[in-house]
Design a protein around this ligand. Sequence first.
Ligand code: GLN
Ligand code: ZN
Length: 778
Amino acid sequence: MSVSSLPVATLGTPRIGPRRELKTALESYWSGKSSESALLEAAAGLRAANWARQKSLGVTVIPSNDFTLYDHVLDTSVMVGAIPEVYGWKSGPVPLATYFAMARGAQGEDSDPSCAHGHHGGDHAHGAPAQEMTKWFDTNYHYMVPEFSKGQRFQLSSLKAVDEYREAKALGYQTRPVLLGSVTYLKLGKSKDTSFDSLSLLPDLLPVYIDMLRRLAAEGADWVQIDEPCLVLDLDDATRDALCKTYEQLAQALPNLKIMLTTYFGGVSDNLDTALSLPVPGLHIDLVRAPEQLETVAAKASRGLVLSLGVIDGRNIWRANLPALLDRLEPVVARRGADRVQIAPSCSLLHVPIDVSLETGLDAELKSWLAFSVQKMGELATLGEALAKGRASVGDALEASANAAAARKTSPKVHDARVAARTAAITPDMTRRKSAFAGRAKLQHERFGLPSFPTTTIGSFPQTAEVRKARSAHAKGMMSDADYEKFLQEETARTIRWQEDIGLDVLVHGEFERNDMVQYFGEQLSGFAFTRYGWVQSYGSRCVRPPILFGDVSRPEPMTVGWWKYAQSLTAKPMKGMLTGPVTILNWSFVRDDVPRSLACRQIALAIRDEVAGLETAGASMIQIDEAALREGLPLRRSEWKTYLDWAVECFRLCASGVADATQIHTHMCYSEFNDIIDAIAAMDADVISIETSRSKMELLDAFKDYKYPNEIGPGVYDIHSPRVPAVDEMTGLLKLARQRLSDGQLWINPDCGLKTRKWEEVRPALVNMVEAARLMR
Ligand code: GLN
Ligand code: ZN
């Protein structure tokens, strides 16, 4: 029998809508401007549009329950009734108010990440706090961390998956419902006390899953997609065991329901035997992150297993080279048979923007190299058709795809011989300061003559409504360049004067001219492009538009020197130059896939190195290079950490090491565990590092203490994620804790992170108290 296409799946689609319709609907509902039914109607509209879009583009395995009002992990918690007591729910259907209380806190305050890229604060002064939020594997999507108590019981508390299956069916779509697998779900959760392992809750959880799956089957679902991305992590035997038990029980309870078990964000590698031993009829593998697993998996899989081949990149925005993919896929299909293979993206399309055709402002050639969610659906369908009916059946789609790949390979927009020559000429010398820290510190202390416990801030000051209004007016052409510049200068001058007035020792200019700490640099570097509608969900209603790093990077002109000069001209105190580091720029962008990430990062590092040199030549004596995202770039597998950290640290050093010994290099890192990467932190060799610590009661400093970290540190004493103004004695209390771990000579005093999300009414008293705390310490 000749079929018109192999089954083509998406595994999940973006929820936010092409124009962020979900954000609009949510925010209008949260602010009380629209009703619950208006919100639910908007959501149903987005689902219907998603299903229709997939169908019209040739997707044949259409998911349901991939949509969510906030987060699919939160949906899972609600489905199984894992709702902590503070939210006041006992049993029965979970009200929307409870759902959003878990997402955002009971006061309905939005969670408040200080960093544009959103790690989570979530502290609320009153009411039930939001659940903790953290990054979904190595993506920039954040999920609400399930919270389990001892003796946790589960009960089926939401029929969302059934409802959405039905809703699709009523519209004429037979869908494959998506559920987050029970083992991954439990592993993503946190126990309130550490006395028990969340996996021990599995026996109580599985009946809830079985109940849900029975209901889906009863509605007519023949396949379900169950996501177990934990299969690409380093697993212990207990977890492997839990996987076996889970899928044996599900197979026993539901012998006729077919499960497509999906793994993504990497290779299954040492978990392959486990994955293949599970009694499921379908297995999805990620062939973008781990292309090499195709042959092994195909060889080892039982004849009957349906393999879902994740060949289109769900994590990046590049158009695929379809003929090259067909070269790899055709033999597998020939061997296994067309009814044993499905074509899919590497992971859900959640992590890419929706439609590149909306980008009318992009360079046409660059645009022809890109594929967002909609274009990827088209690619999947083309592959499915070509595999079923032969390459000739898809017209010139293959040639067009190969041509785009070929053009990108040789385009002068991508390849700059001077950049290639420069990166090839990097020497180890360029990554080393002239003297070791002790020698530098001596020169720096003589030069600056700072008091002990010097005070400073991380860089940004409040981005007020006026600042944002001026920026948007300027962007829309409603405010002239000159007026905007004057406005920013006044903001900057006022902020500098205020810092002097309250007696801070090391000043910053406030970063008012920056829209975002990565975009600001990307817009001035060659090799980067920006989209108009390329939104990707970061969490809930919050979306980001990552820059697209498409080509060799260079810095045509100074990026920050003018602002620094202006700022320094207003004060005799040291003014820090303020830059974003290469690793952070890389980790928060869509990165080219034609060269290794390490090489792209080195190019950025050289560009930042030029900026560092420019600042030093202009007279800057202190330069801060933020690496907020260094830790979050860590690979999922431990065995790959060293390679990443080696080049990441090398890149930081490359941009920081061109300066004189008396020039002080600062860096800043947002909330992170330092224990397991302290060697790398030390190897960065920044003269001063400021870190987020206030919420950890300085326990994060233990790692530095145990390591005998020699350089200077500013542990944050002011939690900028909260509107609370810390009292002087709170801060001296924290400093005393810091003192138990580090010597006085090492310590700086600063807030946890930048102040851009705070209000001046909060910042003013907090920093006055901070300066007072420093005085008391001296
Ligand atoms: N310099 C930046 C600021 O102060 C750093 C922000 C961050 O680390 N995320 O806003
Ligand atoms: Zn920070």
